[in-house]
Design a protein around this ligand. Structure first.
Ligand SMILES: Cc1cc2nc3c(=O)[nH]c(=O)nc-3n(C[C@H](O)[C@H](O)[C@H](O)COP(=O)(O)O)c2cc1C
Length: 198
């Protein structure tokens, strides 16, 4: 039965159907059966340019002069109960595409629209020790700066992490996929606990 709750799953990779999408889908697969809807947003399909620091949104939330998909993506995220934010590891951090979205989210900072959302981070790197932790903690920093409720997958520290280089590689990383599933289960648990009985 539907709960009426929704999670927006942001894929920060410029490859729409790559490893990051695979781990996001592993996490999302735990939400549907719990009656929680998931909507995917790909930064391969949505153009979000970097913040120019004009500070217009400091005076009026959401007032951003950049004409691209940034406002629409952030509005979609702001309308969700929960957020899953995922990135490939690029040079030990998140992609430039995701960092641009993170910086542009300053437009929602003054009206605190992200406050109290349940949020989880995921990353995939080509190397086993390729900087996945740095990338998930960068996502965690974004979430806690907005006063979101940042969750952790059981047995992990900071987020779900996986290994895979070529597209599809991550499907053979059973530990990585399991960490994503644990994050999805934790997301469902926290969302339901916050909603209360019924
Ligand atoms: C520009 C660039 C930088 C990368 N830097 C790293 C890195 O620092 N550590 C790592 O483990 N993998 C690195 N990778 C590999 C990607 O993280 C890996 O291929 C990942 O699976 C891509 O996810 P996707 O299929 O969702 O795009 C890099 C790839 C690119 C293109």
């Amino acid at each position: 039965m539907g709960t009426g709750m929704k999670v927006v799953a942001v894929n920060g990779s410029p490859r729409k159907k790559g490893n990051t999408q695979d781990i996001l889908e592993a996490a999302a697969g735990e939400l549907g059966p719990q009656g929680i809807e998931v909507e995917f947003v790909s930064l391969a399909e949505n153009v979000v340019r970097p913040c120019t620091g004009c500070e217009r949104c400091y005076k009026k939330a959401w007032d951003c002069p950049i004409e691209d998909d940034g406002v629409a993506v952030l509005r979609k995220m702001a309308s969700a109960n929960g957020l899953l934010v995922a990135s490939p590891v690029y040079f030990g951090g998140v992609t430039a595409q995701l960092k641009a979205l993170i910086d542009r989210s300053v437009m929602a900072y003054t009206d605190t629209e992200f406050k109290d959302k349940v949020a989880g981070g995921l990353s995939v790197g080509g190397g086993k020790h390729g900087g996945q932790e740095l990338a998930v903690w960068q996502i965690a920093t974004f979430c806690v700066t907005h006063d979101m409720i940042y969750i952790n997958p059981e047995g992990g520290v900071g987020g779900a992490m996986a290994t895979g280089n070529d597209m599809g590689d991550v499907r053979s990383d059973s530990d990585g996929l399991e960490s994503a599933k644990r994050l999805g289960r934790r997301m469902a648990e926290v969302l339901k606990a916050r909603r209360g009985p019924g």
